[in-house]
Design a protein around this ligand. Structure first.
Ligand code: SF4
Length: 365
């Protein structure tokens, strides 16, 4: 059974290898091939590690891969990204979600250039001072790119540690305990490989549902496995229902195919992204004041607005339903203040507005 005090101790002759040794030897055979990951024996590029870790926050590996490749092709170094116009960065990010990450990404690139001469700092504290870099990302860069021992705890690692030690405290209250125990497991040698091994174990073997315990390299020391109920951990408090919000979106289509768009304010949800005119759905109060029968009164132009179904999108803290209204507009009509006519093929809309456009295109012509 795993013991926090001895988890890192080197194995004596005839003793079982330590948790870290078992995991690293499994990693050497089964590591995932990822575009941002250095080949075995090679040093990882801090820019690649940072870029991928920011993109992977709340986002799957499969969704991140094409964006990562696009960013690296457009801006091969942190210096290139620092000098790119923010509009271009937001456009390349469109569809990946959590748009404050893109603004912080750009700000962070500029900070690395201005404060650190274009090189990422090596130590955890300076990494943590960078915009958009939290405790997890700072630890990941320090260990993976600079081989500095740091305790790297993401969602995958939380799950593995909670199971190894069969932690009964519910999430998120268990986080400090998980971090302390993860620290006891983290070795001095090969900290970057160890961090990636834990991530890989959580992503491929110790999965949320039906973990493949029989194939797990550390099953001999796992308390949840020994108890026969790995899926019981991490313990979770009952989830509160996700609140819902409602509003209307307006798709004004000109004869030449142009659509009326607006630039969203720099701060807040979808901040800085291009959007379609809508009623206010930024707060619960605004949404409870929404009346479908009055929606057209809030339209950006006087026109023959026709209902065209609705679009639904789930954000982290609420689910949104937007009733979609479509109107045909003459080519000579000027755009209202703060809006412009745009060629749809040249714009990068966040997913919620792509869903609105899909509903609009299903409207009877
Ligand atoms: Fe996870 Fe099962 Fe391995 Fe325990 S034995 S760490 S529950 S995969």
């Amino acid at each position: 059974m795993i013991d926090a005090e001895t988890a890192k101790s080197p194995a004596a002759p005839n003793e079982r290898p330590s948790h870290a040794d078992e995991l690293l030897s499994w990693y050497d055979r089964h590591r995932r091939k990822l575009p941002w990951r250095a080949l075995p024996g090679k040093r990882a590029d801090p820019y690649a590690v940072w870029l991928s870790e920011i993109m992977l926050q709340q986002t799957t590996v499969a969704a991140v891969k094409p964006y990562y490749e696009t960013f690296l092709a457009l801006w091969p170094t942190v210096g290139d990204l620092a000098t790119a116009p923010i509009e271009d960065v937001m456009k390349a990010w469109a569809g990946l979600g959590y748009y404050s990450r893109a603004r912080n990404l750009h700000l962070c690139a500029r900070t690395v250039v201005e404060r650190f001469g274009g090189r990422f700092p090596h130590d955890y504290e300076n990494l943590l001072s960078l915009p958009g870099v939290g405790a997890y990302t700072a630890a990941a860069i320090a260990s993976i790119a600079f081989e500095t021992r740091a305790v790297v705890v993401d969602g995958n690692v939380e799950r593995v540690v909670a199971r190894l030690f069969a932690i009964e405290t519910e999430m998120p209250a268990a986080r400090p305990e998980i971090r302390r125990l993860a620290d006891t497991l983290t070795p001095e040698a090969r900290p970057g490989d160890y961090a990636q091994a834990m991530m890989d174990l959580g992503a491929t073997i110790c999965t949320p549902r039906k973990p493949a315990c029989a194939l797990c390299p550390v099953n001999a020391g796992c308390r949840a496995f020994a108890a026969g109920e790995p899926e019981r951990y991490p313990r979770k408090a009952a989830k509160a229902a996700r609140p819902s919000r409602r509003g209307a979106a307006f798709v004004a289509m000109r004869d030449d195919g142009a659509v009326l768009v607006e630039q969203r304010p720099p701060k807040g949800l979808l901040g800085g992204m291009v959007g379609l005119p809508t009623t206010d759905w930024s707060t619960k109060a605004a949404c409870s004041a929404y009346r479908p029968e009055q929606a057209i009164a809030a339209a950006p132009l006087d026109a023959d607005w026709r209902p065209s179904g609705f679009a639904e999108h789930v954000f982290t803290h609420f689910a949104l339903r937007l009733d979609v209204y479509v109107a045909k507009i003459g080519a000579s009509r000027p755009a209202p203040a703060g809006m412009r006519w745009a060629d749809l093929t040249a714009e990068a809309f966040p997913t919620v507005f792509r869903k609105v456009l899909e509903a609009a295109h299903e409207a009877p012509g």
